[in-house]
Design a protein around this ligand. Sequence first.
Ligand SMILES: Cc1cc2nc3c(=O)[nH]c(=O)nc-3n(C[C@H](O)[C@H](O)[C@H](O)COP(=O)(O)OP(=O)(O)OC[C@H]3O[C@@H](n4cnc5c(N)ncnc54)[C@H](O)[C@@H]3O)c2cc1C
Length: 385
Amino acid sequence: MAEQDDILEIRKSVRHLCDQYGEDYWLQLDRERGYPTEFVRELTTSGFLTVLIPEEYGGAGLGVYEAAAVMEEVCRSGAHAGACHAQMYVMGSVLRHGNEVQKKTYLPAIAAGELRLQSFGVTEPSTGTDTTNLKTVARRDGDEYVINGQKVWISRIEHSDLMILLARTTPREQVSRKTRGLSAFIIDVSAAIGNGLEIRPIESMINHHSCELFFDDLHIPADNLLGEEDEGFRVILDGMNAERILIAAECVGDGRYFIDKASAYARERIVFGRPIGQNQGVQFPIARCYTEVEAASLMVEKAARMFDAGEPCGAEANMAKMLASEASWRAGDVCMQTHGGFAFAKEYHIERKFRETRLYQIAPISTNLILSYLGEHVLDLPRSF
Ligand SMILES: Cc1cc2nc3c(=O)[nH]c(=O)nc-3n(C[C@H](O)[C@H](O)[C@H](O)COP(=O)(O)OP(=O)(O)OC[C@H]3O[C@@H](n4cnc5c(N)ncnc54)[C@H](O)[C@@H]3O)c2cc1C
C-alpha cells in the first residue's frame, strides 16, 4: 500500500489532470452523448486507470485503496467516471483468473493504453438481478464456443476492444448449485460485431453509452474462456467487491463535489440582504450531508484496506456502496435545493451530476439486494430467494 504522502500525491496529480478538462467538457459530452476519448486516454497513459495492474505487466501494482482515491478525485472534479471506471475492476478478472498466455497478451497492452477493456456483459432483459438464471448460452463446438442470447445495459462496448461475457455452458437443471454451469469469456468486440454480435445503443437518462447486445451464433476461440469452464460465476463475483468499493469511492467524490458546490453557493448568494448560508435551514442540510459522506468514506476505506489485505470483505464492500450511494444522492438533492432555480440551469452542472449519481443506488447492484445480502450472510436471517 502507498504511504500517506504518496496517496496525497496521487490525489493531487489526478486533480491536476482533471482540471485540464473542466466541467464544460463534460457538459458538452452530455449534450452530444459523446465519449471522453481524450480524457480516458490521458487517464490511462498517465498510469492512473491502470494502477491495479501489477508492475510485471506494465502497471503500477497498487491496490484498490489507491484506485479508490483516483476514482474519488475524478468524480470530485465534476467528471463522469462512468465512462471509464470498469477497466479498473474488469481487468481484475483477467489478472486473477486468466492463464499466463491471456495475462501476457492483454495486461501489458491494457497498461500501455493500446487495448481497452471497458465492457462486461452480465445483465439480461428477462432475468435482471437473478444472474444465475441468465439465458445466454455458450456451446462448445471443437476448438470454438458458439454464443446465442441477449444482454442489456452493457456499457462502453462501443468504446472498448474487449468485453468479459458471462454465459451458461451447462443447463441450470444439470448443475448441483445454481452458481455453477456459467462461464466467463473474453470477447474481441470488433471481430464479433457483424459476425454474430449486434449492438443497439440505449437512449438513457445519463451519458453512459449502454447498449443492448444480440448474439446469434457468435463463434469465438475456445482459448478465450476465462478461468475454468462452468466456474465463471466465481470469475465475475471476484471482481464485484472491487467494483463496489470503487463505485462507492466515486459516490464519495460526487458527495464531496455537491457539498463543495452547495457550501460555496450558500456563502455567496445574497437573498434578504444576507448570504443564504446564514440561515440554518440552508446550513444544516449541508452539514448533515457532510457528516453522511464522511462516514461513508470511512467504510470505503475500511473495505478497500480489507480487499488489499486479501480478507473477505463482501459485507464491507456492499455497505460502503450502499452508504456512499445514498449519501451522494442526498448531497445532490441538498445541492439542488441550495441553488434554488439555478440548479436547473445546465451551466451550473449540478443537474448533470445529480442524474449521474442516482445510478449507483441501482447499478451495479440495487440497494435491496445489498440489504438482502447483509440480512442473509451477516445477520443469519432466513433466505428469501
Ligand atoms: C446506466 C446503466 C449501466 C449499466 N451497465 C451495466 C454493464 O455495463 N454491464 C452489466 O452487466 N449490467 C449493467 N447494468 C445493469 C445493472 O447492473 C442492473 O440494472 C441492476 O443490477 C439491476 O438489475 P435490473 O435492472 O434487471 O433490475 P431488476 O432485477 O428487475 O430489479 C428491479 C427492482 O426490484 C428490486 N428487486 C428485485 N428482486 C428483489 C428481491 N428479491 N427483493 C427485493 N427487491 C428486489 C431491485 O432491488 C430493483 O430495485 C447497467 C444498468 C444501468 C441502468
